[in-house]
Design a protein around this ligand. Structure first.
Ligand code: SAH
Ligand code: SF4
Ligand code: F3S
Length: 469
């Protein structure tokens, strides 16, 4: 029988990327292979994100295209999985293009749902009826383990990074920031047992994985009680770093509330724990932070960043900001700009506030800031962030940095002829700086030392590496 082909489209955060790899891994065990061309697929899997309206709109425009593909290939099956599937359920299932809808907690059922849909041509729905059930509920816990027990497939990532892997430390979120859909689509926080995480890390290390990134929406709240001991993120980082073959360990994303300095101490004392902290502030105005239910003030956030820099000199700090939250005035926005100037982020993402159905801010607060003003603030904040990183990155000029080489850059042929036909490669430093340089492709997945010759706000450029052959 010819191999059946899946085409995967994955939207959203790293958590979704991990889920996509697990689902593709599970389908791989059933004999499916990935294809880049939707026209060649027997099954199209769309892993979706609900965090902003435009993320959902992109999914709908893809579905429009798949509906058209089904006209010429009536055996094509389309599965919509992930956060949007949980949020919209039946509504998505009613879409002409869609055969299967499965939420983030039901992803382990996807192979069986596809097999059924292949046979009966019916529509199949599997989502959590009551997503906010208690975290201790057996259903939540067993479901989360089932998916994470699948083998990972690596080639789902756009970059084809074969030397690094994500491992889930925890799922869900209990924070209920007023703008955010995540707690409603991902359910309550559940931390995975440390043994399961370590076992997975050992297996990956044995397969040649050199960098592990531990994932959670608020990964610093990882907590697992086993007998007398409560395991924390600091414990996990230490334990994963001791595994043979693991060079670097990272974690994303941190929440500034209840951030324990034990995490910074393990970073300072353990060279394998990357000195990089993604810790979104969201706003620099106390009034807005309160309306967002973030649980800290600007000063508390600044103090935490100062502590991080005192304990881990040179630590790279990254963040996220939302501009145009309901009621945000010019003055509130200026305070955000000031915070950015004070913290000096390595990089920060900026998002225009998007009201999400049924969240507190959508129900109770009017979306007062016009799209035009949101756009202006977005552009202004990005400009300040990039100005700062341009200045700060200059300190790397002439310095040697160590990178984990991820593979070919987006422009592999750039400067190739001048460099013994060595393509342009991309790598990342422990501080998460992107470095591009020309070198032999065989460096992919290896650690390499390169000297920085030019800098830009988001990228460092390094001198070519001669062939190692
Ligand atoms: N758990 C992470 C972030 C998850 S969502 C944390 O708390 O830091 C990723 C980012 O999307 C958030 O940091 C926030 O900046 C942005 N975001 C979330 N909901 C949003 C909304 N309704 N509109 C615009 N941006 C949003
Ligand atoms: Fe959303 Fe807040 Fe949870 Fe992050 S911490 S996922 S922003 S509710
Ligand atoms: Fe999006 Fe779901 Fe992640 S809403 S940001 S894919 S948890």
């Amino acid at each position: 029988m010819p191999t059946r082909k899946i085409h995967l489209k994955s939207f959203g955060c790293q958590m979704n990327k991990l889920d996509s790899s697990l689902v593709v891994g599970a389908l791989g065990e059933q004999g499916y292979e990935l294809t880049d061309t939707p026209e060649a697929a027997d099954v199209i899997v769309v892993n979706t994100c609900s965090v902003r309206e435009n993320a959902e709109n992109r999914v709908f425009s893809n579905l429009g295209h798949f509906k058209y593909l089904k006209k010429s290939n009536p055996n094509l099956r389309v599965a919509v999985i992930g956060c949007m599937a949980q949020r919209l359920g039946d509504e998505l299932l009613a879409h002409e293009a869609v055969d299967i809808v499965a939420g983030p907690a039901q992803l382990h059922e996807v192979p069986a749902l596809i097999a059924e849909a292949m046979g009966d041509h019916d529509k199949h729905l599997s989502v959590s009826e009551k997503i906010r059930q208690p975290a201790a509920s057996e259903q939540v816990i067993t479901d989360s383990h089932k998916l994470d027990d699948f083998e990972l497939a690596y080639d789902t990532d756009a970059n084809h990074i074969k030397s690094q892997a994500f491992i889930r430390a925890m799922r869900g979120c209990n924070n209920f920031c007023t703008y955010c859909i995540v707690p409603f689509v991902r359910g309550p926080e559940v931390s995975r047992p440390p043994e399961a995480i370590l076992e997975q890390a050992k297996k990956l290390a044995a397969q040649g994985i050199q960098q592990i990134t531990l994932l959670g929406q608020t990964v610093n709240s990882y907590q697992y009680k086993a007998g007398e001991k409560t395991y924390t993120l600091a414990d996990l980082l230490g334990q994963v770093s001791e595994i043979d073959g693991i060079g670097w360990v990272r974690f994303i994303t941190s929440h500034p509330g209840r951030f324990d300095t034990s995490i910074l101490k393990v970073m300072a004392n353990n060279p394998k724990v990357c000195p990089y902290l993604h810790i979104p502030a969201q706003s620099g105005s106390d009034r807005i932070l309160k309306a967002m239910n973030r649980g800290y003030t600007t000063q508390q956030y600044i103090d935490l960043m100062d502590t991080a820099r005192a304990i881990v000199p040179g630590i790279a700090i990254a963040g996220d900001f939302i501009v145009g939250f309901p009621g945000e005035t010019d003055d509130d926005f200026e305070q955000t700009v000031e915070l950015v100037r004070r913290v000096r982020y390595k990089n920060a993402f900026v998002f225009k506030y998007s009201p999400r159905p049924d969240t507190h801010s959508e129900k109770k607060l009017e979306d007062t800031v016009s799209d035009e003003v949101k756009q202006q603030r977005n552009a202004k904040l990005l400009e300040v962030i990039s100005e700062i990183s341009a200045e700060d990155n200059e300190r790397f000029l002439g310095k040697e940095v160590e990178v984990l080489v991820e593979g070919l850059s987006k422009k592999p042929n750039l400067n190739r002829a001048e460099n013994n036909n060595n393509p342009q490669l991309i790598g990342r430093t422990a501080h998460d700086y992107i470095v591009v340089f020309n070198g032999p492709e065989s460096l992919t997945g290896q650690f390499a030392r390169v000297t920085v010759t030019k800098t830009a706000p988001l990228t460092l450029f390094a001198a070519p590496r001669p062939s190692t052959a």
